[in-house]
Design a protein around this ligand. Structure first.
Ligand code: SF4
Length: 249
């Protein structure tokens, strides 16, 4: 039996919730979110480090403090549910339009496909870091892949870009790219990625990095002219403006 590893909210429930999409091309659309636990990257500014940055690990994080690393207990943070249990929680929220997110959900590709099947093939969007090529089963089931390759400022080194996986997404008509940017110089890296993988400008969304409204506004203002000039799209983080940096929203 497939066991799904999901994140938990602050009160311990599996992180399955109804909200509006806050980022990217579907920003503002009502969606049900399922947050999977586990990630194969370790971004220093990750806002869901409770899905992967386990106690005793060696990864640095911008929220580390002396004597208080920004790390988590997997026994407390990870919920293990069957596909049927997960599907029931999704149905209780509304299962017609779903966002599968993480962590890195494609680490559990087989389970994700089984969940979609258990729900009767609703409209599904997957958010991924683009390091794992989508399986044929997922390509056949998913309406939109939102792919977020990580730039050097995320601190993953060579792990961040897996050329074969990124090339696989680039060839999918239903894949767009949401790229987290800190400063204007990062946009040169975005332009190089777009050229190397033949990604048209209108498939790219630039999103400022930040977990508070002030930082996002300042970074966005510094980026927007260059984003428009390049023909890319821009996205803020609507959920931060509406709810703040919280789980389950
Ligand atoms: S890829 Fe996403 S979930 Fe994984 S560490 Fe980076 S920001 Fe966090």
């Amino acid at each position: 039996m497939i066991e799904l590893k999901l994140a938990r909210t602050d009160d311990g429930r599996p992180e399955i919730f109804r909200s509006v999409q806050g980022e990217g091309p579907m920003s503002g659309r009502a969606r049900t979110f399922v947050r999977f636990s586990g990630c194969n990257l370790h971004c220093v500014w990750c806002d869901t480090a409770y899905t992967w940055n386990w106690r005793g690990g060696a990864f640095a994080h911008v929220r580390d403090r002396p004597g208080a690393p920004h790390t988590f207990d997997p026994a407390a943070e990870m919920a293990k549910l069957s596909v049927a249990e997960t599907a029931a929680l999704v149905r209780a929220c509304g299962a017609e339009a779903l966002v599968i997110t993480g962590g890195e959900p494609l680490l559990q590709s087989e389970g994700v496909a089984a969940l979609i099947d258990a729900l009767g093939a609703p409209h599904v969007e997957i958010e991924t870091n683009g390091t794992i090529a989508p399986s044929p089963a997922l390509v056949a089931r998913v309406a939109l892949f939102v792919v977020s390759p990580k730039l050097p400022h995320a601190g993953n080194g060579a792990l961040a870009i897996r050329p074969e996986a990124l090339a696989a997404f680039a060839t999918l008509e239903n894949a767009v790219f949401k790229i987290v940017v800190r400063e204007s110089s990062d946009l040169q890296t975005v332009a190089a990625l777009a050229q190397n993988y033949a990604i048209a400008p209108d498939r790219i969304w630039i999103m400022p990095e930040g977990v508070d409204a002030e930082t996002l506004a300042a970074r966005g203002a510094a980026l927007i002219d260059a984003v428009i000039a390049a023909g890319w799209n821009y996205t803020g983080r609507l959920h931060i403006a509406l709810f703040g940096a919280r789980r389950g929203v």
